[in-house]
Design a protein around this ligand. Structure first.
Ligand SMILES: [Zn+2]
Length: 413
């Protein structure tokens, strides 16, 4: 048959996603598969089994990234790489990450079914700890692979219970022997749910992000003075939680103040001692700032940091700030972005050029090789929650686009 006529098996893709959704299934219909947990291990074991069933050459590197290689006619040529992540947020959804891994698997199954040979080898990948919710920061293993983050620094990241990344990697049996280091790659594709409302709003089935917004993370620690709430008069208090409340609203107002084109969020807060009859004396919260414009994001941070200092001084609550993580905005390879749009058109799917507000492993991959992503709609624009959902026909459409961009790029000289 003409490879142009080739289509993936939507029923089989659905079955694979449903099988994976059983691992770490939550009562609310989502999944909890935190990086390097027992659930992550079970999902990896199943994934590796499926790779072996396809006769792929499986490699696990020292960060636990799993690669499955399908040979090409010219095995000396750099492979086409495609994949995403198997880990999830706490009480996360059934599509984030796993769709790109199962989508690529379905592409390879389809190629095997039809005995399609490609010029270049094709490599499927599962990146370790994309989410960063158990071990911060996110995208850590693709970051090490791309040379942007240090391996030993990543090994020493600890979760809330003090368990180290490296020890947990060994515990689940996925500290491989291959060096975690970029090998030559022809191009990288990542198929993912949109995690926002744009495709649904515009009535399009396929999104082609021109790139990923910059991502700046900060941690703010406020010190107040604890005391009994009854006898302590209102004047002269040093209430760390009230200081935090003012600061959090400053973060929320920041995008409007800076003239738009950015988002700013406080998503996590810890209050001590968190008792109804003690004035809070210690608060920690996080700040997340994202924009296509890195300078705007930095100026916004400088503005809000000055606000924080002013609030801290006025309330007599000293603050300490950590600039935890910064990833610059990442414009994808224009030729590959266009290839996604053209391929969607050839297959009869309406598509949309857009940006990605969420971070992805593609962001680090983009530093190593030409990179682009394929998005499909998130119902209600919801993600990182148990109700995260994508229509099965959209999952199938995205995988068909993935199939054909992989076929085209694996045929390039
Ligand atoms: Zn993801």
């Amino acid at each position: 048959m003409d490879v142009k006529e080739l289509r993936i098996n939507g029923g089989r893709l659905k079955a694979a996603l449903e099988e994976m959704a059983k691992i770490g299934a939550t009562p609310g219909g989502g999944v909890q598969r935190l990086a390097l947990s027992d659930e992550d291990r079970r999902a990896r074991d199943l994934f590796v089994q499926w790779l072996k069933d396809l006769d792929l050459e499986v490699t696990v590197d020292e960060m636990g990234n799993i690669f499955g290689r399908r040979p090409g006619r010219k095995s000396r040529l750099a492979p086409v790489l495609s994949g995403s992540h198997i880990d999830s947020q706490p009480k996360g959804g059934r599509f984030d990450g796993i769709l790109g891994v199962m989508g690529t698997l379905e592409v390879l199954r389809t190629l095997n079914d039809h005995r399609v040979e490609t010029e270049r080898p094709i490599v499927i990948v599962d990146w370790t700890n994309e989410e960063g919710s158990r071990f911060a920061p996110a995208m850590v293993a693709s970051g090490v692979w791309a040379g942007a983050l240090d391996r030993d620094w990543a090994y020493n990241r600890a979760d809330r219970n003090g368990r180290r990344f490296k020890d947990e990697l060994i515990r689940i049996g996925y500290k491989g022997s291959a060096p975690c280091k970029a090998f030559p790659v022809h191009c990288y594709w990542e198929y993912h749910i949109e995690q926002g409302p744009m495709l649904e709003r515009e009535g399009r089935q396929i999104g082609a992000p021109k790139g990923i917004l910059c991502l700046h993370w900060y941690d703010v620690y406020i010190e107040g003075e604890a005391n009994q709430v009854g006898p302590t008069p209102m004047e002269g208090r040093h209430d760390a939680l009230c200081a935090a409340a003012e600061m959090i609203l400053k973060v929320n107002e920041l995008p409007v103040r800076m003239g738009g084109n950015m988002v700013a969020t406080v998503g996590e807060i810890q209050n001590h001692p968190n008792s109804r009859n003690i004035i809070p004396d210690r608060v920690h919260f996080t700040v997340d700032i994202r924009s296509w414009d890195d300078d705007l994001a930095l100026r916004a941070w400088e503005t809000v940091r000055q606000d924080f200092e002013a609030v801290a001084t006025r309330r007599g609550c000293p603050i300490r700030i950590e600039e935890t993580w910064r990833v610059a905005h990442s414009p994808f390879d224009e030729k590959r972005v266009q290839m996604v749009l053209d391929t969607a058109g050839e297959l009869g799917y309406a598509s949309l050029r857009m940006v990605s507000g969420a971070g992805h492993d593609a962001s680090y991959m983009n530093r190593v090789c030409p990179t682009a992503m394929i998005f499909v709609p998130s119902i209600g624009g919801r993600s990182h929650v148990e109700v995260e959902n994508t229509a099965w026909e959209d999952c199938e459409a995205g995988a068909n686009v993935l199939l054909h961009v992989i076929l085209k790029s694996a045929g390039e000289r």
